[in-house]
Design a protein around this ligand. Structure first.
Ligand code: PLP
Length: 439
């Protein structure tokens, strides 16, 4: 049997590593090939025992206990555990009161399931641009997109940073709209002490393997701010006979893992704070900006590039990004794109077949010209000029690993000559000119 346990600990990082030759040019990588894997979730004896108990127990008992434990942790009034984040978002929208043909305003930059959940609720996704700083839905763009058919606004707390919920709440109150969160990246993220999932009229959240609170493969949960919305979602399940329930084993793993969520959150906070402080010293890179009363969950960590700081602003920024990505990957830092195209540019929204014969898009009078990519300049700019760390910061990584990542960023930022060479010799297509990828 082969285990995931690493053969050796990471070598202790030392400052001189940042001065050595780039790995891309034949030097030693900051993180060697045998040391690149990170492990998450960590599975303990308690987890295994809970799962064993759940198999012998009535499956719905585990589901009910998980729902209650996690609802209580989040501070939401009502909850329904589900089989996935997508089904949770569908239930959140239906429970909130979205009905066929209603328009739901949603950011153009998210995972495709946010918008597909609106289609599942037979609503019409109306995409708007993102804010250039927090990468979440742009509040002014939301206001400009409101029509008499608008029923809800669906912010996504992208990467784990809460969207500007106070401003969105004000807007929704002013226009009589529902506020439905996609909290899939935002486990334990908060504004003024209120955790995402409890900020809107309803919320959906994924608990799948890539999330900060993974319950084992797939899972999700929908939250509701009042009984009427909760009952509407329950009635939908009963009347349609659609089974979205969470598996008992998954729920049992969640019950056990929830006890350690604050521990993992604290490690993520510590690691992100260290990396943000280090990136700020490089000139070329900066980490996320987090408003004072907000808690970022760091499900993903998006890094902005500033080529002017190292004399590379004469080059196309996406070419600088492509070159930097290659250099970082060679050093053992898995910097990647998370999403390469705004969601309206993906085929299901370009083709608008929906459930067949164009339903529910046929319920709308819109011409859908707003599904064209040039309507989203902030998202396009972000996709061309940023890189993301995903699993590497989400996992409870060792101090020496986060230090090594920081050293690699310093090492690459100190070599504008090598970045320039790669950026001019290679052809890097604009990310959104490639086919849309789902992650
Ligand atoms: C923002 C966002 N919303 C919704 C989902 C859908 O969740 P699931 O894959 O659990 O259905 C995801 C999944 O990655 C996501 O990232």
């Amino acid at each position: 049997m082969q285990t995931d346990f690493p053969a050796l600990p990471l070598p202790w990082p030392t400052d001189d590593m940042a001065q050595q030759e780039l790995a891309h040019l034949g030097g030693n990588p900051v993180i060697g090939h045998g040391f690149r894997k990170t492990l998450f979730p960590v599975i303990t004896k308690e987890d295994v025992l809970q799962m064993q108990i759940s198999i012998l127990r009535n499956h719905s008992n585990s589901e009910a206990q998980f729902t209650e434990d996690y609802r209580n942790y989040v501070g939401a009034k009502y909850a329904i555990a589900t089989a996935s984040g997508t089904s949770a978002l569908h239930l959140a929208l239906v429970g909130a009161g979205v009905t066929p043909g209603d328009e739901v305003i949603v950011p153009c930059f998210t995972f495709i399931a946010t918008a597909q959940a609106i289609v599942a609720a037979k609503g019409i996704p109306v995409f708007v641009d993102i804010d250039p700083v927090n990468y979440c839905i742009d509040v002014a763009a939301v206001e400009a997109a409101i029509t008499p058919r608008t029923r809800a606004v669906m912010p996504v707390h992208v990467h784990g940073l809460p969207a500007n919920m106070p401003a969105l709440r004000q807007l929704c109150t002013k226009h009589g709209l529902l506020l439905v969160e996609d909290a899939s990246h935002a486990h334990s993220a908060a504004i003024d002490g209120t955790i995402c999932g409890a900020l809107g009229d309803a919320a959906g959240q994924s608990l799948m393997a890539d999330k900060n609170f993974p319950v084992g493969g797939e899972g999700g949960i929908a939250f509701f701010a009042d009984e009427a919305k909760y009952k509407r979602a329950r009635a939908f399940l009963e009347e349609t006979g659609i089974d979205y329930s969470m598996s008992g084993i998954v729920a049992a793993f969640g019950i056990s893992q929830l006890k350690r969520l604050p521990y993992y959150d604290a490690i993520r906070q510590r690691n992100a704070a260290y990396l943000t402080a280090e990136l700020a010293k490089t000139g070329l890179f900066t980490g996320p900006e987090v408003p004072a009363t907000y808690v970022h969950a760091y499900n993903m960590y998006r890094i902005a590039l500033h080529p002017a700081a190292v004399g590379l602003d004469d080059l196309p920024i996406h070419a600088v990004k492509g070159a930097v990505q290659e250099l970082l990957v060679a050093e053992g830092v898995p910097a990647r794109e998370w999403q390469n195209k705004p969601i309206p540019g993906h085929l299901p929204f370009q083709n608008r077949q929906g459930f067949g014969q164009g339903y529910p898009f046929t319920l709308s009078q819109r011409d859908f010209s707003e599904y064209s990519l040039d309507r989203f300049p902030n998202a396009l700019k972000m996709l061309a000029s940023t890189l993301t760390l995903c699993r590497e910061l989400r996992s409870p990584v060792e101090t020496e690993r986060i230090q090594s990542y920081a050293l690699a960023f310093h090492k690459v930022a100190a070599r504008p000559d090598a970045i320039r060479k790669l950026a001019t010799e290679n052809t890097y297509p604009l990310p959104y000119e490639r086919d849309g990828r789902l992650g």
